[in-house]
Design a protein around this ligand. Structure first.
Ligand SMILES: Nc1nc2c(ncn2[C@@H]2O[C@H](COP(=O)(O)OP(=O)(O)OP(=O)(O)O)[C@@H](O)[C@H]2O)c(=O)[nH]1
Ligand SMILES: [Mg+2]
Length: 790
C-alpha cells in the first residue's frame, strides 16, 4: 500500500465531508479535527465519520437510559425485563471507546528499535540510543494525545514483587563459599550472578551481595521509593523530558556504580510509559512499544514481557540489515512473534529491516556488473531484500499459521528503513527512508480497528433500542408462538448440534497432538542435551543453570538468549499442532476445523428461524420483535468471540504449563545443588528427572490437559449460549407476563438509532469511494512521477 501523505491539501475533498448534518458545538468539532491531524484527508474523513457515528450512538444510549431510569425510579419493583435492559444500556454506555492498538517493536539489542521510534515520532534523540552497549533497559510505551505536556510514568515493582526478586537473587548467590577455586573463577564470569550482585549493590550499597535474604529485608535501600510505586515526570519540551527520563531507561554500565537517585531505584523499574502531547505523527489510540531483549530474570517483569507481546495487535520484528537473515536471535524473535499470533491478539507481523543506509559500495559492486551510485545501490538492495525476505517470511508463516491467515494476505511483510537518513537525507529522500510508510501502516491499523469497533457498537446499540421501544409497542405479537415449545425445541436442537460441531472441530487437534507427543518422546533427550550445553562449556554456566531451576525451567536475562526448558521439550508437539491450532481459532473462511464460522452458522440458523416465524405470523416487515431477536442473537454471539480469544492463550500454553508443573520437583532438587562439580550434578538431576517424568507419561499428561482445556472451552461456549438465549427468549415472549411495563417514550431515540445504523453502510461506502478517487487523482497528478506500486 502506498503512503498518501503527499496528498494532504492537494486535491479538493472528493466527497462532502459532513454527511450527517450534526449540530455540534464548535469547540468539540475543532477538538476532533486536532486529534486526526496525523491523518491525510481521506483517512481523516473516514475516521471522523466513524467517530461521529460512535459519539451520536453514545448520546442516544444515554438519553434512552435517562428516560428509562426516570420512568421506573419510584417503582417498588422493577420488572426483570427492564432490569436487563437497564444493565445492558449501562454496559454499552460505559464501554471504552477504543482500546489502544499496541504496536510492538521487537528485536535484539542494537537493532535500532529506539532510533526507529524517535524517527516515527519526529523527535531526534528522544529515547536513549546507543551504539556501544545494550541501551534500553525496560519496556517503554510511547503514545500521544492524553495530555498537554510531555509526560512519563515510571512504574516500579511493588514491595511484594521486590521481595520475591530479592529471594531469588540471594538464592542465586547462596553458598558461594563452598565453591572450589576453579568454580569460583567460573562463577565470576557468570552473567546471571554478575547481574544479581550489581542489582543488590545498586539498591543497598556495596557489600549487599554478601548479605542473606533476611538481612537484606532489614537493610535500608539507598534511594527513596515513592509509596505509589510510580514516578511521574513532566516537561514542556520534548528535550527536557528526554533528559529527565534518560537515567531511568538507559541501561547503566555495571562498572560504574551510579550514585544518582535515579540509578539507585533502577533495579525496581518495571516499565515506563511516555505520552507526548497531541502529535502530528502518531494518532491518539496508538501505542508504540519498545520491547527490548528476550525477557527478564524477574518473574514479574518476565511475565509482563510475555503479556506485552501478547497484547500487541501488530508486531514489527526489527532487525539490522547486516543481520536480517540467519542469526539465532533473529529466528528466536520471529518464532516468538508467530507464537504471539497463536496465543495472543496479534493479527499482523511485519519485518522491519533497519539501517539500510549502511552499505559499503565497493563491496556491494564486486558482485554486480553495473556501476551504481551509493543511493542506487541502497535502493536496489532494499528491493532485493524485500523480495527475498518477503518470500522467506511468508513460507515460515505458512508453515506455522493456517493457509488463509490474515497476515498471509498482506502484500507487504517487509519494510526497509533508515532512521539515520530520515534525519540527514544525504542519500535518500524522506519517502525512501520508508518512515512515512510505517506511519501509514500505523494509521491504517487504527482505521481498521475503529471501523470494526464502531460497526459492532452501533449494531449492538440498535438492537437495544429496538428492544426498549418494543416495550411500548402495540404491535400484535404472536406471543403464543414464542411460548410454543416449538421454538425452544428448535433452539435446543441447534445448541446440541453446535456442541457436536465444536467437538468435531476440536477433534482435528487429536491426531497432530498424538503425533507431536510421539515426536517429543523420541527427541526430548537430544533437545534437552542441546539446552544443557553451552558453547563456552560449563564455565560460567552453572549459576545460569541454577537460575533456570530457580525459575522452574525458564531463564531470561537482558544479555543471554532466553532459555525455556519446558518450551524446548514441548516444541515437537507445537510443531505438529501449530497450523491446526491456528486454524481452529482464526476468523475467515469456514472449514471443518474452524470454530468461529460454525458459531456464525449457528447464529444464522437462529436468525433465519426468527425471520421465518415473523413471516409466518405476519409480522410487519421491520417488526420490532423480530429485529430485536435478530440483533440480540448477534450481540450474544459477538460477545462469545471475545470469550474464545481470551481462552485461547490458556489452551495454547497448557502443554508447557503441564510439563513445567510435572518437572517442578526436579527443578527444585537441582536448584539445591552446590559445591564441587555442581554444574554436572545439576544437569544430571535434570536429565534423570525428565527421564523419569517422561517414563511416567509426562507428555501424555500434557496432551490430556490440552484436550481438557478444549473441552472446558466447549462447555463454556454452550453454557453461555444456553443462558443468554434463554434470557432473550423469556424477554421476547414475556410481554404481559408482568415482566414488561409501560416505559417512557423513546420513539425519537429509536428513529435516530435506526438512521445511525443505516449510515454504517454509507460510511463504509464513502471510504471506498474516497480511496478510489484519491488513487485516481494521484495517478493523474503530473507532480507525482514516481510510479505507484500495485
Ligand atoms: N547507520 C545507521 N545507524 C543506525 C540507524 N538506526 C539506528 N542506528 C544506530 O544503531 C545503534 C543502536 O540503535 P538503538 O536505537 O539504540 O537500538 P535498540 O534496538 O533500541 O537497542 P537496545 O535498546 O539495546 O535494545 C545506535 O548507535 C544507532 O545510532 C540507521 O538507520 N542507520
Ligand atoms: Mg533501545
Amino acid at each position: 500500500m502506498e503512503d498518501t501523505e503527499d496528498f494532504v491539501g492537494q486535491g479538493p475533498h472528493p466527497v462532502d465531508d459532513d454527511v450527517f448534518k450534526e449540530p455540534m458545538r464548535k469547540r468539540r468539532r475543532s477538538d476532533r479535527d486536532q486529534r486526526f491531524r496525523a491523518f491525510p484527508s481521506v483517512e481523516q474523513s473516514a475516521l471522523k465519520e466513524y467517530e461521529k457515528l460512535e459519539s451520536r450512538t453514545r448520546r442516544v444510549l444515554s438519553n434512552t437510559y435517562q428516560k428509562l431510569i426516570q420512568s421506573v425510579f419510584l417503582d417498588d419493583s422493577i420488572p426483570n425485563g427492564v432490569k436487563y435492559l437497564i444493565n445492558r444500556l449501562l454496559a454499552l454506555i460505559e464501554k471504552p471507546s477504543l482500546d489502544p492498538i499496541y504496536i510492538g517493536l521487537f528485536g535484539s539489542t542494537g537493532a535500532g528499535k529506539s532510533s526507529l521510534i524517535n524517527a516515527i515520532i519526529q523527535q531526534a534523540m528522544f529515547l536513549p540510543v546507543s551504539g556501544e552497549s545494550i541501551c534500553t533497559s525496560c519496556i517503554v510505551q510511547v503514545s500521544s494525545g492524553c495530555c498537554e505536556q510531555y509526560e512519563a510514568k515510571i512504574h516500579l515493582l511493588s514491595d511484594q514483587e521486590w521481595k520475591e526478586e530479592l529471594k531469588n537473587l540471594t538464592k542465586l548467590l547462596h553458598r558461594t563459599e563452598e565453591l572450589d577455586r576453579e568454580e569460583a573463577d567460573a562463577w565470576d564470569r557468570d552473567d546471571a550472578v554478575e547481574e544479581a550482585i550489581w542489582k543488590l549493590q545498586m539498591f543497598y550499597g556495596n557489600g549487599a551481595e554478601r548479605k542473606n535474604y533476611e538481612e537484606l529485608l532489614r537493610a535500608k535501600p539507598k534511594g527513596k521509593i515513592p509509596t505509589s510505586r510510580i514516578i511521574t515526570l513532566k516537561a514542556e519540551e520534548a528535550g527536557e523530558l528526554s533528559v529527565k527520563l534518560d537515567p531511568y531507561i538507559r541501561t547503566q554500565r555495571r562498572d560504574l556504580l551510579g550514585e544518582s537517585a535515579e540509578t539507585q531505584i533502577w533495579p525496581l523499574i518495571k516499565h515506563v510509559e511516555v505520552s507526548l502531547p497531541k502529535s502530528e505523527l502518531i494518532p491518539e489510540g496508538v501505542v508504540l512499544v519498545d520491547i527490548p531483549g528476550t525477557g527478564d530474570f524477574n518473574s514479574k517483569r518476565d511475565e509482563m514481557w510475555k503479556k506485552t507481546i501478547d497484547k500487541c495487535s501488530v508486531i514489527w520484528v526489527i532487525s539490522d540489515i547486516e543481520r536480517a537473515s540467519g542469526g539465532r536471535a533473529h529466528e528466536d524473535l520471529l518464532n516468538e512473534s508467530i507464537k504471539a499470533c497463536q496465543r495472543g491478539f496479534c493479527r499482523d507481523v511485519a519485518l522491519v529491516v533497519t539501517k539500510t543506509d549502511k552499505l559499503y559500495l565497493p563491496e556491494y559492486l564486486r558482485y554486480r556488473q553495473a556501476i551504481l551510485s551509493q543511493r542506487e545501490a541502497v535502493l536496489e538492495r532494499n528491493e532485493m531484500i524485500k523480495l527475498q525476505r518477503n518470500r522467506i517470511l511468508k513460507e515460515k508463516l505458512k508453515r506455522k499459521l493456517p493457509a488463509d491467515s490474515k497476515v498471509l494476505e498482506a502484500s507487504d511483510l517487509v519494510y526497509t528503513v533508515s532512521a539515520q537518513e530520515y534525519w540527514q537525507q544525504a542519500l535518500l529522500t524522506e519517502e525512501e527512508t520508508e518512515i512515512p510508510r510505517l506511519r501509514g501502516y500505523i494509521r491504517k491499523s487504527l482505521l481498521d480497528k475503529k471501523r470494526r469497533m464502531v460497526t459492532k457498537y452501533v449494531t449492538e446499540a440498535f438492537g437495544l433500542l429496538l428492544l426498549t421501544d418494543s416495550f411500548n409497542c402495540t404491535e400484535n405479537l404472536p406471543n403464543e408462538y414464542l411460548h410454543m415449545s416449538g421454538l425452544r425445541r428448535f433452539v435446543e436442537e441447534k445448541i446440541q448440534l453446535l456442541e457436536k460441531t465444536i467437538d468435531q472441530c476440536f477433534a482435528h487437534i487429536e491426531q497432530p497432538l498424538q503425533e507431536g507427543v510421539r515426536n517429543a518422546r523420541t527427541s526430548y533427550r537430544r533437545i534437552l542435551g542441546a539446552c544443557l550445553v553451552r558453547s563456552r562449556g560449563n564455565q560460567g554456566f552453572h549459576q545460569t543453570l541454577k537460575a533456570v531451576c530457580l525459575k522452574n525451567g525458564i531463564y531470561a536475562s537482558r544479555t543471554l538468549a532466553r532459555i525455556d526448558l519446558n518450551e524446548a521439550i514441548t516444541q515437537p508437539i507445537y510443531d505438529q499442532i501449530d497450523p491446526v491450532f491456528g486454524g481452529i481459532f482464526r476468523a475467515g473462511k469456514p472449514t471443518d476445523s474452524t470454530l468461529l464460522p460454525h458459531i456464525d452458522a449457528f447464529k444464522h440458523s437462529l436468525q433465519e428461524k426468527m425471520m421465518e416465524i415473523g413471516v409466518r405470523n405476519g409480522w410487519k416487515y421491520d417488526s420490532y420483535k423480530k429485529s430485536f431477536l435478530i440483533q440480540e442473537i448477534s450481540a450474544i454471539l459477538g460477545g462469545l468471540e471475545d470469550y474464545i480469544l481470551r481462552k485461547k492463550r490458556r489452551i495454547y500454553e497448557s502443554l508447557t504449563t503441564s510439563v513445567q508443573n510435572d518437572l517442578k520437583p526436579c527443578y527444585e532438587e537441582a536448584a539445591q545443588i552446590a559445591g564441587k562439580k555442581a554444574c554436572e550434578r545439576m544437569k544430571d538431576v535434570i536429565r534423570r528427572g525428565v527421564d523419569r517424568q517422561v517414563a511416567e507419561g509426562m507428555f501424555e499428561r500434557a496432551q490430556e490437559r490440552m484436550q481438557h482445556q478444549f473441552q472446558q472451552l466447549k462447555n463454556g461456549i454452550t453454557e453461555k449460549v444456553k443462558g443468554s438465549i434463554a434470557t432473550m427468549l423469556t424477554l421476547a415472549s414475556s410481554q404481559g407476563d408482568g415482566l414488561y411495563k409501560e416505559l417512557a417514550d423513546v420513539k425519537s431515540e429509536y428513529k435516530e438509532m435506526e438512521k445511525l445504523h443505516r449510515s454504517l453502510r454509507e460510511v463504509a461506502e464513502n471510504a471506498v469511494l474516497r480511496r478510489g478517487m484519491q488513487d485516481f487523482l494521484l495517478r493523474m497528478s503530473p507532480s507525482k512521477s514516481v510510479p505507484l506500486k500495485a
